[in-house]
Ligand binder design. Structure first.
Ligand SMILES: Nc1ncnc2c1ncn2[C@@H]1O[C@H](COP(=O)(O)OP(=O)(O)OP(=O)(O)O)[C@@H](O)[C@H]1O
Ligand SMILES: N[C@@H](CCO)C(=O)O
Length: 310
């Protein structure tokens, strides 16, 4: 059977950073943030050429091991076949291994780019299949759901198939991220979690996660109790003591702060007027950054779309 035809034109894909868990929503809740990686992919006559600027420029592989390329390859297989050659240009702004969804962003960008350069790609790989494939590669759905859909997302698994819905976060919420200098691989942070948890802790998290949906969408004044977690943050403390200390310090000052994703970044869900003041609280070991909420999720943009610094 003949493989698919490919578009000659390059495509540009923009993918947002994401914060998963948000306290009690372990492996299910996610929030898309206004900090983006941009990727340009073009089908070429032969070979694989990768350019990387920004995060990971000195460390990422420039061959088939590159996560985005692996995601492109997996998607091309599903779409019916591989192109003869590929050129990939990455402008990376999302820090790696910090709990801001860099791996999900790379995976989603790769799959979306493969679909966009394949003639008839959207019919062969619809949005549900896209979520499913990205989740399969990443291993959990929370970051990929927020990356693909934007906004505040709730992801779950139905008979082993990833599903997600998007909700609109309250506009008054101003995320502030406190990013430490050193990364912590998600795999390491997941390795610290126990296989079972006390029933009372599971029950507490279920209640807070439900409350968080109301707090993030309509009643931000409830964010402090709504972001309490008993399932993952404290278990991960040995790998990120300073992050947990900062979360506790902010929370005791009344700021709804959580570990972002698998850490070690700390996310504060500030009220709009207080965000700049909160951003100054952390001290010199942290890069504090006030970010917008992303409401669109991953998008295919015109090639000449300007870059964004955030
Ligand atoms: N833009 C990228 N291009 C290629 N590989 C990437 C890119 N971003 C991340 N990666 C790969 O993913 C790894 C980081 O993934 P990891 O899951 O540990 O952290 P994260 O995704 O940044 O955080 P979290 O999953 O907690 O939000 C990097 O070390 C790198 O191997
Ligand atoms: N839910 C995941 C997010 C990591 O990206 C975790 O906490 O391990």
């Amino acid at each position: 059977m003949a493989g698919p035809a490919f578009r000659a034109a390059a495509v540009r894909v923009r993918v947002p950073a994401t914060s998963a868990n948000l306290g009690p929503g372990y492996d299910s809740l996610g929030l898309a943030l206004g900090l983006y990686d941009d990727v340009v992919v073009r089908v070429a006559d032969t070979g694989l050429h990768i350019d990387i600027a920004g995060e990971g420029a000195d460390t990422l592989p420039r061959d088939e091991d590159h996560l985005l390329v692996r995601s492109l390859r997996t998607a091309f297989d599903l779409l019916g076949g591989q192109p003869r050659g590929l050129e990939v240009v990455c402008a990376n702004r999302i820090p790696h291994g910090r709990g801001l969804g860099s791996s999900s962003a790379a995976i989603c960008a790769g799959i979306i780019a493969a679909r966009a350069v394949t003639t008839g790609g959207e019919a062969r790989l619809d949005d549900r299949a896209l979520l499913e494939l990205a989740t399969e590669i990443e291993g959990h759905p929370d970051n990929v759901a927020a990356c693909l859909l934007g906004g505040f997302t709730l992801a779950w698994s139905e008979s082993g198939v990833a599903r997600a819905i998007r909700m609109a976060p309250a506009e008054s919420i101003a995320p502030v991220v406190f990013v430490p200098a050193h990364p912590l691989p998600t795999e390491t942070a997941r390795g610290l979690l126990p296989r079972t948890v006390p029933h009372v802790d599971a029950a507490a998290n279920a209640g807070r996660a439900a409350l968080l949906v109301e707090a993030l969408t309509r009643r931000p004044e409830l964010l402090l109790p709504a972001t309490e977690d008993r399932l993952h943050q404290e278990y991960r403390a040995p790998a990120m003591e300073e992050s947990i200390a900062l979360v506790n310090r902010l929370r005791s000052d009344g700021v709804p702060a959580v570990i972002s994703g698998a850490g070690p970044t700390v996310l504060a869900l500030a009220e709009d007027g207080a965000a700049d003041k909160i951003a100054r609280l952390a001290g010199k070991n942290w890069t504090a950054n006030r970010l917008a909420l992303d409401t669109t999720g991953a998008s295919v943009l015109p090639l000449n779309a300007g870059g964004t610094s955030q």
